[in-house]
Design a protein around this ligand. Structure first.
Ligand code: GDP
Ligand code: IMO
Ligand code: MG
Length: 458
């Protein structure tokens, strides 16, 4: 593999439990790519993009939209709430089409094969969560699980119906009536107002129809023209439906291979994988989290890292970097290099811990998360402790300007993960980033970022 000096296609994947900073990285890199593709999930995702004094929260639209040139695609593996998509497009337009060249129309293409999220899916998500009581998953309540369930059950309505408003309303009414029966009979929940829902769907279809286009052939045409493609994953490996902490996961595949599946593309077109990981760990919702901090340190990370959900505003659970889960993510997702985010959040700590193993109740040591989430919840992390740097790293943009202890921390993680850290993020803004190391992915990233950052290689 040699990508020296030029941009190759790249997959950006969350390496933990989501919210790692994928939006920031995708936005930073997007200028070097001909197209940016979201391949999984729906508006459960919240991807933040900040630069200068601008702030965008993307949910469905690929984070590349904020960057002037790149075309944006939404793959068949996504679930799309048409009302949420319209809200997001409107808010993007309100936020400065002229000012920063954020133009949505003409730059966004939606696969005709994605499953639609209907208003009843959201009601079912909420009703099911309420019925789970204390054992709830802590979903985002956006209807993600019920929509993917209908897809697997082969009764979903898909995005091609946005080009046929009458057909959408006719089929939508039937499916939503079935959902309403389930809501009333199984959950004793309020049914959704079908008339209103149908009106909303029809209006949404009238607006969104022109955005519906096959994605795979367009991406292949990009590749033939010599464009590199940036694939943007949502959520993260530990939330993956098959490989995450099931059942406390989302309902889609978050792994890089899902990008090929979602777009109907040969996997060989994907390129290397950049795993995004925070310098610590957060998780929103329920489920096991071995390195979670329930004390003042957890509060400190939450406050310093502003760890409140981009989508739901919920406080995120915070804990130490879990090198066991991260190694698992590297192996499972084929992560070639890591972008280490939010290093600045650790600046004030005297010492920093990293989980390097899990101890089972009988004393046995494990070096990977077990398949059974109940077992994972019973494991005790085995920590190594490293010295903190107690020096501000906010906005540092050169590896050489990082305190020695911070570089040692990064080196320790690289050793544990077996892959290089090629990007370190020292603040939420595009410009608060440093690039480091060499090799295929580092070279590709440097070429993609171009003059965006005044970052010489360290
Ligand atoms: P995503 O879902 O992976 O795109 O991540 P989110 O946007 O949900 O959450 C990441 C949060 O961390 C956002 O509020 C970002 O603005 C912020 N962020 C990203 N990188 C950094 C960083 O290096 N330092 C700090 N302090 N904040 C960051
Ligand atoms: P981004 O792309 C963090 C979590 C929810 C819940 C579980 C299932 O911003 O990283 P769902 O609504 O998908 O059925 O909820 O998954 N979850 C996320 N956590 N970041 C996300 O997206 C998430 N998307 C879903 O909190 O625990
Ligand atoms: Mg997020």
């Amino acid at each position: 593999m040699s990508f020296t000096g030029s941009v190759s296609s790249l997959v950006v994947v969350g390496g933990q439990w989501g919210d790692e900073g994928k939006g920031k990285v995708v936005d930073l890199l997007a200028g070097g790519f001909g197209a940016v593709v979201r391949y999984n999930g729906g508006h459960n995702a919240g991807h933040t993009v900040k630069f200068a004094d601008r702030h965008f929260a993307l949910h469905l639209v690929p984070s590349g939209i904020v960057h002037g040139g790149s075309l944006c695609y939404m793959g068949a593996g996504m679930v799309v709430d048409p009302l949420a998509l319209i809200r997001e497009m409107d808010s993007l337009a309100d936020q400065g089409v002229e000012v920063e060249g954020v133009e949505v129309e003409g730059r966004l293409f939606l696969s005709p094969r994605a499953a639609l999220i209907l208003p009843t899916h959201q009601a079912m998500d909420l009703a099911r969560e309420a019925a789970r009581g204390g054992g709830s998953i802590g979903t985002t309540g956006r209807g993600i699980g019920p929509a993917y369930q209908d897809l697997a059950q082969r009764r979903a309505l898909r995005t091609h119906l946005l080009t046929d408003p009458a057909g959408l309303v006719e089929r939508g009414r039937k499916l939503m009536a079935a959902h309403n029966r389930e809501l009333e009979l199984l959950y004793d929940a309020e049914p959704v107002d079908l008339e209103r829902a149908c009106e909303q769907l029809e209006a949404a279809a009238n607006r969104l129809g022109p955005f519906v286009h096959e994605v795979g052939p367009r991406i292949e045409a990009h590749v033939e023209r010599g464009d590199a493609i940036l694939f943007e994953g949502a959520q993260g490996v530990m939330l993956d439906l098959l490989h995450g902490t099931y059942p406390f996961v989302t309902s889609s595949s978050c792994l890089p291979g899902a990008a090929a599946v979602s777009c109907g593309l040969p996997p060989r077109l994907l390129g290397p994988v950049l795993g995004i990981m925070k310098a610590y760990v957060t998780r929103v919702g329920g489920g096991p989290f071995p390195t979670e901090l329930h004390d003042a340190l957890g509060d400190h990370l939450r406050r310093r890292g502003n760890e409140f959900g981009t989508t739901t505003g919920r406080p995120r659970r915070c804990g130490w970097f879990d090198a066991v889960a991260a190694r698992f993510a590297v192996r499972t997702a084929g992560i070639d290099a890591v972008a280490l985010m939010k290093l600045d959040v650790l600046d004030e700590l005297e010492e920093i811990r990293v989980a390097v193993g899990y101890r089972a109740p009988g004393g046995k040591l494990l070096d990977a998360p077990p398949a059974d989430a109940r077992m994972l919840a019973e494991l005790e992390p085995v920590y190594e402790t490293l010295p903190g740097w107690r020096t501000p790293t906010t906005a540092v943009t050169r590896d050489g300007d990082l305190p020695g202890a911070a570089r040692d921390y990064i080196g320790f993680l690289e050793e544990r993960l077996g892959v290089p850290v090629v990007l370190v993020s020292t603040g939420p803004r595009r410009e608060e980033t440093l690039l480091r190391g060499d090799g295929a992915v580092a070279d590709c990233i440097r070429a993609a970022v171009g003059s965006e950052l005044a970052v010489p290689s360290a």
